[in-house]
Every structure is written in structure tokens, then in C-alpha cells.
Write a protein that binds this ligand. Structure first.
Ligand code: ZN
Length: 169
């Protein structure tokens, strides 16, 4: 029984870590994520519409993009019990019955594109971790570090966050 509510020093570690996943294209979920918009570098109109040359993103607009990594396949435990049903099998992306018609549960993307997204996102996470750990070290040393552009921009945007949200009164 633990008698103290204080965390161990290891648990109080303030190091910023990139996600610990095998696949940065889908973050080991089997479905390619686009939270950072990186997918739009390859598929311009994915989950988006282009109006007058400006990209408007709407998550969930298009079919899911099924990754090529292991996370997209069924997995079983030692008793051959299925622990994850998977989005693919040996014949490709699985389909589902929608009102008597078979429809693929997602699209099969180009393997090379997935590989590029995985590597690019992995590099970006590594860069972010390096930046943030450097900033945290500077703050701990009592300095006021210069924020990288991408943090300064979000900080500026958050100042007007009340205008981003709809008003209900
Ligand atoms: Zn994946």
C-alpha cells in the first residue's frame, strides 16, 4: 500500500516526449489521422473543400484512410481470441453491409504516400520534442526564451479564442 500522495521523481519528469507509437501515419490505430493537416499535402481535398482557392477542412467528410501497417490488421491473443478486428485482411480493405450493399469501410491509400507521412510526422515530433525540452530547460534556468513561430502563432490565436466559439446568448 502506497502511503504518500507524492509522486516519485521519475513520475515528475517534465521531459516532453513524442508519442510512443510504431506508426506515425495512424498512431497505431489503423486509420490515418489528419489532425495536423499533413494528409492534405498529398490529398489536397481530403476531408476538405476548396472554395476560391482556400482550403476549408471538415473532419469526417470523406471515407477513412486505412493504414498499411500492422495496426490495420486483425490481432489475436495467445488463445486465438480476437483482440482487435482490424480494417484489412489478406484480400485488402474489408467491406461492410450497408442496406444490402457491400461497401468498403475505408480507402486503400498509396503505400509510398503513407511511408512519407509516417517519416515526416516522426521527424516533426522529434523536432517538437527537441524545441520543447530546450524551452523548458531555459525556463527552469530562469530565462525567458524566444518562442518558436508555431507556438507563438497558437499563443496569439488563443488570445482571441472567445471570438472563435459561437455565442449562445
Ligand atoms: Zn499505421
Amino acid at each position: 500500500m502506497i502511503s504518500s500522495h507524492k509522486r516519485s521523481s521519475l513520475d515528475r519528469d517534465t521531459t516532453f516526449y513524442a508519442p510512443k507509437v510504431a506508426c506515425f501515419a495512424c498512431y497505431d490505430s489503423g486509420i490515418v489521422s489528419n489532425g495536423d493537416g499533413l494528409l492534405n499535402d498529398y490529398l489536397t481535398d481530403y476531408d476538405a473543400t476548396v472554395i476560391d482557392g482556400v482550403l476549408h477542412r471538415h473532419g469526417g467528410l470523406d471515407l477513412a484512410i486505412i493504414c498499411h501497417c500492422n495496426a490495420a490488421y486483425e490481432s489475436q491473443d495467445f488463445e486465438s481470441q480476437t483482440t482487435r478486428s482490424g480494417f484489412r485482411d489478406s484480400s485488402g480493405v474489408k467491406s461492410t453491409d450497408i442496406n444490402g450493399r457491400q461497401q468498403a469501410i475505408g480507402v486503400d491509400p498509396d503505400k509510398d504516400m503513407m511511408r512519407k507521412i509516417h517519416h515526416k510526422r516522426k521527424d516533426l515530433w522529434e523536432k517538437s520534442a527537441k524545441d520543447l525540452n530546450s524551452l523548458r530547460q531555459q525556463v527552469r534556468a530562469g530565462m525567458t526564451p524566444q518562442l518558436p513561430d508555431y507556438i507563438a502563432t497558437v499563443k496569439q490565436q488563443l488570445k482571441s479564442v472567445d471570438q472563435l466559439l459561437p455565442s449562445f446568448d
